[in-house]
Design a protein around this ligand. Sequence first.
Ligand SMILES: [Zn+2]
Length: 60
Amino acid sequence: MMPYIYRCTKCGAIYYSATSIEYQLNKNCEKCGGELEQLGEEGELMKKEEEEKEKEDRKK
Ligand SMILES: [Zn+2]
C-alpha cells in the first residue's frame, strides 16, 4: 500500500502515514504546529513535481 503524504503548510515538513488525513488524530506539524495538507500518494506527488518542471521550462 502506498503511504499518504502530508506537507506542513507553515514550514514545509513532509510526513508519511498509512492512513488518510481524515483519520489522523494529530493534523498538525510536530515541529511547528502548522496545519498539514494532504498531497496524495507518492506517485501523484512526483507527477505534480514533473508538471511544475514542465511549466518552468515553458517560461524560458
Ligand atoms: Zn511545520
